[in-house]
Design a protein around this ligand. Structure first.
Ligand SMILES: NC(=O)c1ccc[n+]([C@@H]2O[C@H](COP(=O)([O-])OP(=O)(O)OC[C@H]3O[C@@H](n4cnc5c(N)ncnc54)[C@H](OP(=O)(O)O)[C@@H]3O)[C@@H](O)[C@H]2O)c1
Length: 490
């Protein structure tokens, strides 16, 4: 790709916020270290507070020291720092945009960024609309002289109706091609690896269906509670924070058909088919197949209702386990169990594929407790693949034991996997939206999520219903037990 196409001015709305400090600027520093940050590049950070660019850079330097995967080297930092500028503006006030645009034009000249702009909305979702409206009204979205792309953080709406409304606003100002809806899970190394594992190997794809697979578990657990994000979390809950986006994306990548080509639209087309194929459940089915939880204090750790900026009577869920089915030929009859929550015993995201048992003859008859074959795709914090199968225990008598093969990608010497935001920012610069969600993916996931939210909206379980540091309410275990299965903790 020509350097000219990559060069750009990145305009961060929310430049003083947590996301910018912890993820965006460290990601840019890492891209610089990788040698792929374009030379013709600059950042203009917009925030409400008054400060100089020098003060702002000093604050960012501390964040890079803390959060970057490459250690801080003064010389390299200087290269990036001199490209970063701070611009104070209350982005709700339209009149400020004319001067902002003048300032951006000045920066474009200074850094030779060819009129290419990446508008990054690192702000609370209620501000997405006002910023996009102003950018459009002040003629800052026209792509005729240099591309203008917008990056929208999650969550994209809080239900189907609000997501549709927001989308209409955005597409008024930016084309779908220039709209980058972030789901940072898609930037994770092992998520991109799911397709490679499935479609670049001869031995997975032929058995990747209901003839050989008993069920699939997709789980993402966090040990942390809600921390400082109480205000946001109260409105979102785990359904909107995790399931609508990250968990359904993991499901789509695991279950999709091979795309006809490896281009953006072919891949997204296949993902959408899975989201469309999610079986709609009745209210009764939802109430027995979707388990909600909220953590309470375990004596040592606070309960959710005692956290900062959380109502003491909050009925927001911090845990969810659900059983879903995909109505297509490949997956008919194979349940997918999804589990995610806060304050669980372990931090991990993984996909566990349990294969069907061998016919009940030969070894099956002789040996009790023969373990099923498992394939685990580990997404984070460990990245890799784990397989469990049965083998003979060495010795004169035949005994069978489960053995494991573990390929740990990020344990390898020299492996320093790029952070999701590095890949994603670089993709925006390149104009590659494969790892971003297309509008119909968002639409179909909201359709599915809305029915769940509605079924539970009137009457929730009695919260809190699990202790911090445990695997959620007992009903989550029961969900699998009644199907003769159990959650795997590997
Ligand atoms: N933080 C994360 O790890 C994370 C992860 C995934 C997604 N996200 C998403 O990323 C977005 C940003 O999250 P965040 O945690 O970074 O939020 P945050 O720390 O609360 O930052 C919000 C930013 O918005 C600015 N702002 C608010 N009102 C403004 C106004 N009227 N005019 C100008 N600036 C204004 C703030 O500027 P001042 O400080 O100067 O007021 C601040 O820079 C959200 O959509 C969130 O859901 C965040």
């Amino acid at each position: 790709m020509k350097a000219e196409q990559l060069s750009n001015l990145m305009v961060i709305f929310g430049g003083t916020g947590d996301l910018t400090h912890r993820k965006l600027i460290p990601a840019l520093y890492n891209l610089l270290n990788e040698g792929i940050l374009p030379d013709a590049f600059a950042v203009v950070s917009v925030g409400r507070r008054n400060k100089t660019s020098e003060e702002y850079r000093e604050e960012l330097k501390k964040s890079v020291q803390q959060y970057s995967r490459f250690s801080m080297e003064q010389e390299k930092w200087e290269v990036l720092a001199q490209k970063i500028h701070y611009y104070p503006l209350d982005f709700r006030q339209g009149e400020g945009y004319t001067s902002l645009d003048d300032y951006l034009k000045k920066m474009e000249k200074q850094y030779g960024t060819k009129g290419n702009r990446m508008y990054y909305l690192a702000v609370a979702p209620e501000y997405f609309e006002v910023i996009v409206d102003h950018l459009h009204a002040y003629e800052m979205t026209d792509s005729s002289e240099g591309w203008k792309r917008v990056v929208i953080e999650k969550p994209f709406g809080r239900d189907l109706q609000s997501a549709r409304y927001l989308n209409k606003k955005i597409t008024h100002a930016f084309t779908e091609q220039n709209t980058y809806r972030i789901d940072h899970y898609l930037g994770k190394e092992m998520l991109q690896n799911i397709m490679v594992i499935r479609f670049a190997n001869a031995f997975f794809e032929p058995i990747w269906n209901n003839k050989f697979i008993d069920h699939i578990q997709i789980s993402s657990s966090e040990t942390l509670g809600v921390e400082e994000r109480g205000g946001y979390y109260e409105k979102a809950g785990v359904l909107r924070d995790m399931i609508q986006n990250h968990m359904l994306q993991l499901l789509a990548l695991t279950a999709m058909e091979p795309p006809v080509r490896l281009d953006t639209e072919s891949i997204r087309d296949e993902k959408v088919k899975i989201l469309k194929g999610l079986r709609k459940m009745s209210v009764e089915e939802i109430r027995s197949n979707v388990i909600l939880g909220q953590y309470g204090s375990n004596g040592e750790k606070k309960g959710y209702r005692q956290e900062n900026r959380i109502s003491p009577t909050s009925d927001t869920e911090t845990f969810m386990a659900l059983k879903v089915q995909i109505e297509n030929f490949r997956w008919g009859g194979v349940p997918f169990y999804i589990r995610t929550g806060k304050r669980l015993p372990k931090k991990s995201t993984e996909i566990i594929v349990q294969f069907k048992s061998i016919p009940e003859i030969l070894y099956w008859k002789e040996f009790e407790n023969l373990k099923p074959n498992l394939l685990v795709i580990r997404i984070q914090p460990m990245e890799g693949i784990f397989m469990q199968f049965n083998a003979k225990k060495p010795g004169t008598e035949t005994q069978i034991i489960p053995v494991q093969m573990d390929f740990c990608q990020n344990c390898e010497i020299g492996s320093n996997s790029p952070e999701a935001y590095e890949r994603l920012l670089y993709d925006v610069m390149k104009g590659d939206s494969t790892l971003f969600t297309r509008w119909d993916e968002v639409e179909y996931s909201w359709r599915f999520i809305d029915t769940i939210a509605k079924a539970w909206e009137r009457e929730k379980p009695l919260f809190p219903n699990y202790d911090a540091g445990t695997w959620g309410p007992k009903e989550a275990d029961e969900l699998l037990r009644k199907d003769g299965r159990k959650w795997w903790i590997l």
